[in-house]
Write a protein that binds this ligand. Structure first.
Ligand SMILES: Cc1ncc(COP(=O)(O)O)c(C=O)c1O
Length: 399
């Protein structure tokens, strides 16, 4: 029996009484991923990217693993909720916020303000905070400076479009501006290397593209090593920063090796979604799955399951579709893809599937799976040992 067959048998047995659609997390794989990531961080703390987990129980489980500390939140409202729930007392909101209600709540509560750090890349975000709650009449607001992690060789732009602060000089200038503003404390820097951490360097079936990506990533890494050190030095002239966050699941070991970096982020690697099969250095074990029921057999060699169109965000591409995983030997139909209410599948494994059987899928990305289900069934061996709510299940749709 192959490992995939054994996994299928185990998941089927554990969930025999459940009716699809539903999602599970295999705890052994989740815990192994959490430990592996911590080992790869080589002693630097790992901050859990909550957007890639979206279940309080599993965020807390990661944080209970040696080597993990603090949450990288994706909205301020989420960070406030997590701190108020006691899930963490250290939340770095990794993206700027314009949520006035949440800002008002933060500014009114010194305990909350001590536990949460906002992301900024210039004075506009500071102005928004001041407009909501004037300095002198609010708690001190902790802020982190977002240093652009993209690579810009010869005027090109490789990476994501986020912060306008690209150079050490620019970082120093913003740090100086923050330093003269009342009611703010600059506590850190962040530089997310999306073109390394979030881009698989071994795309399946595309050797040439893989080579080009690896070359780009080596050059970009060298640029980041240099720029992170220089930016840190420039910022330190104006603020006594305590953290420098960088990296993601796809770059944990390399990022942790940079002496300027004090902590690394990871989230997706806990669930091991399909997009992370295209990485060479480390591949997480698949830990999150969802089950859909076979509801018809359109023709020989085909089955159709109910639901399926749980598409991942980002650039529209076939790789953003869910992957039929168990039984092995199923694939989406090119002309239809994963459908809103039904998804046809083809392949040799359809022969063994009958109406009422289930097919196990993997989402392309990690946390977005949780926006489709209210709960996650936690599987230990061949048993569901706990059923826990997702953010959505707790009525919390943050983004
Ligand atoms: C700022 C930031 N850091 C880190 C990450 C990496 O998260 P993950 O480990 O889930 O890929 C992301 C993902 O988009 C991010 O936006």
């Amino acid at each position: 029996m192959t490992a995939r067959d054994a996994l299928r048998e185990r998941l089927d047995k554990a969930t025999a009484d459940l009716d699809p659609p539903f999602a599970v997390v295999d705890l052994a794989a989740f815990d192994a991923n959490a430990r592996d990531l911590a080992r790869r961080a080589g002693g630097k703390p790992l901050r859990v990217a909550s957007k890639s987990v979206r279940s309080r129980t599993l965020i807390e489980r990661a944080l209970a693993t040696a080597g993990w500390h603090g949450v990288m939140a994706y909205t301020l409202a989420e960070a406030i909720w997590l701190v108020r729930c006691g899930a963490t007392d250290d939340a770095l909101v990794a993206y700027p916020t314009a949520d006035r209600t949440a800002l008002r709540e933060l500014a009114a509560d010194p305990g909350l303000a001590a536990a949460i750090t906002l992301m900024v890349d210039g004075p506009a975000q500071l102005d928004l905070v001041d407009a909501v709650a004037a300095p002198g009449h609010r708690a001190e607001i902790r802020v982190c400076l977002d240093l652009d992690g993209s690579w810009r060789p010869l005027g090109l732009h490789v990476g994501v479009r986020r912060s306008p602060v690209h150079t050490a000089d620019a970082a120093g200038k913003v740090a100086r501006e923050i330093g003269v503003r009342r009611g703010f404390r600059l506590v850190g820097l962040m530089a997310y290397d999306a073109q390394i951490a979030g881009l698989g360097d071994a795309p399946p079936g595309d050797t040439l593209r893989g080579l080009a990506i690896r070359l780009m990533q080596r050059r970009s890494y060298r640029d980041l090593l240099h720029r992170r050190a220089a930016a840190l030095a420039a910022v330190r002239e104006h603020a006594d920063v305590e953290l420098f966050n960088s990296g993601g699941t796809g770059s944990v070991a390399a990022t942790a090796a940079d002496p300027a970096v004090t902590e690394v982020t990871a989230g997706s690697g806990l669930y091991g979604p399909a997009l992370f099969d295209g990485y060479r250095a480390w591949r997480p074990e698949p830990a999150a799955f969802f089950a859909l029921a076979v509801v018809r057999r359109p023709a020989r060699g085909f089955v159709a399951v109910s639901g399926g169109g749980w598409i991942a965000s980002g650039q529209t591409h076939a790789s953003r579709q869910p992957v039929p995983w168990l039984p092995a030997g199923l694939r989406l139909v090119g002309t239809e893809g994963a459908g809103e209410v039904q998804t046809p599948l083809r392949g040799a494994a359809t022969d063994g599937l009958r109406v009422g059987d289930r097919v196990w899928f993997r989402h392309a990305k990690a946390g977005e799976l949780c926006e489709h289900v209210n709960e996650l069934h936690l599987v230990d061996g061949a048993e569901v040992v706990q059923t826990v709510p997702t953010y959505r299940g707790e009525g919390r749709a943050f983004l």
